[in-house]
Design a protein around this ligand. Sequence first.
Ligand code: ZN
Length: 55
Amino acid sequence: MLLIKCKDCGKTIPAGYQQDRESFEATNFTEQLEKCPNCGNVKPYFKVNYFFKES
Ligand SMILES: [Zn+2]
């Protein structure tokens, strides 16, 4: 699962944008708008902001 850290409240949240690791590494990623379920703020997130939850 891809996670992001909210730019406003700092909470780690599951990203709306989901891909498997291999596809994600290969993708030509620009930016995604993500809405934080904790504070409700929408911000653009870049590839560097995403990380995988180890399962
Ligand atoms: Zn937030």
